[in-house]
Design a protein around this ligand. Structure first.
Ligand SMILES: Nc1ncnc2c1ncn2[C@@H]1O[C@H](COP(=O)(O)OP(=O)(O)OP(=O)(O)O)[C@@H](O)[C@H]1O
Ligand SMILES: [Mg+2]
Length: 265
């Protein structure tokens, strides 16, 4: 391949990845890389295989064939210590999956203590630091039921960050949120990106993809249809399938406003 990013090994390197569920081939030969510090947004219609791709990256799903390397480890190698690799990958899902009986602080310390075996003091310090970072410095003692969806999702991001991941995977982290809560979560993700975190993000938030992604990957029917810089893929897609998808997700009026600036009152 000719892209310069291929010259250095990527944090995520996927070659000819196939995944079938029974007779249904969901991923049909995916080649894909995410370089260090890169933010890649994956877009595509429902059922195109976006979540399955992410789940193959941390082996929540076992690929049918192909190779997946993460941070230099080939996770498709049966000999690999998958738990060790998973510790280097932070994952944030649409549903937050917080422990309801633990406070924000408790939710962010528990995996540090159980998986990384940090002592209480160290886990606590890291938890406070990452909760501050996601704007929840005043919510250490709150239980999930006392937090908004957006705050809960930021606890989930803090929980992933506390493990010191080399790469963060996000699967539609804002699609379960009320519209007014989406901005805070995207704001945290944008800050992470600016700080140089390597991120692979499945999202329907086209404005986020346009502004934050280094590269946008459009998937349909289990293949990568096209990829490139967001301004190219989103504003000037080469493939009809990409065009059709974008015209469905982008409100055409809003898209015009985005280009021309806000309408005068
Ligand atoms: N565990 C599973 N068993 C059987 N089929 C599955 C399984 N997981 C996913 N699939 C199928 O694989 C296809 C791709 O699913 P996937 O969740 O990856 O799509 P997606 O692009 O993330 O869609 P969405 O935008 O709706 O989240 C779908 O047809 C789905 O029904
Ligand atoms: Mg999905």
């Amino acid at each position: 391949m000719s892209e310069p990013a291929d010259a250095v090994p990527g944090v995520i390197e996927i070659r000819d990845l196939h995944k079938s569920f029974g007779l249904h081939e969901v991923l049909r030969g995916i080649d894909f890389h995410v370089g260090a510090g890169e933010v890649v947004c994956v877009i595509g219609p429902s059922g195109s295989g976006k979540s399955t791709l992410l789940r193959c990256v941390n082996l929540l799903e076992e690929p049918s064939s192909g190779t997946v390397r993460v941070a230099g480890a080939e996770i498709t190698d049966p000999e690999v210590d998958i738990d060790a690799v998973r510790r280097r990958i932070g994952m944030v899902f649409q549903s937050f999956n917080l422990f309801p009986h633990l406070t924000a602080l408790g939710n962010v310390t528990i995996a540090q203590r159980k998986v990384l075996r940090r002592d209480r003091g160290a886990a606590d310090r890291t938890a406070r630091e990452v909760l501050e970072r996601v704007g929840l410095g005043d919510k250490f003692g709150s239980y999930p039921a006392q937090l908004s969806g957006g705050q809960q999702q930021r606890v989930a991001i803090a929980r992933a960050l506390a493990m010191g991941p080399e790469v963060m995977l996000f699967d539609e982290p804002t699609s379960a949120l009320d519209p007014e809560l989406v901005g805070d979560v995207l704001g945290v993700m944008r800050e992470l990106a600016e700080e140089g975190m390597t991120m692979l993000v499945v999202t329907h938030e086209m404005s986020f993809a346009r502004e934050v992604a280094d590269r946008v990957v459009f998937m349909d029917g289990g293949v990568v249809v096209e990829e490139g810089p967001p301004e190219r893929v989103i504003a000037d897609p080469r493939h009809e399938r990409t065009r059709a998808f974008l015209s469905r997700v982008l409100d055409p009026a809003a898209a015009r406003v985005g280009e021309a600036g806000p309408p005068s009152p």
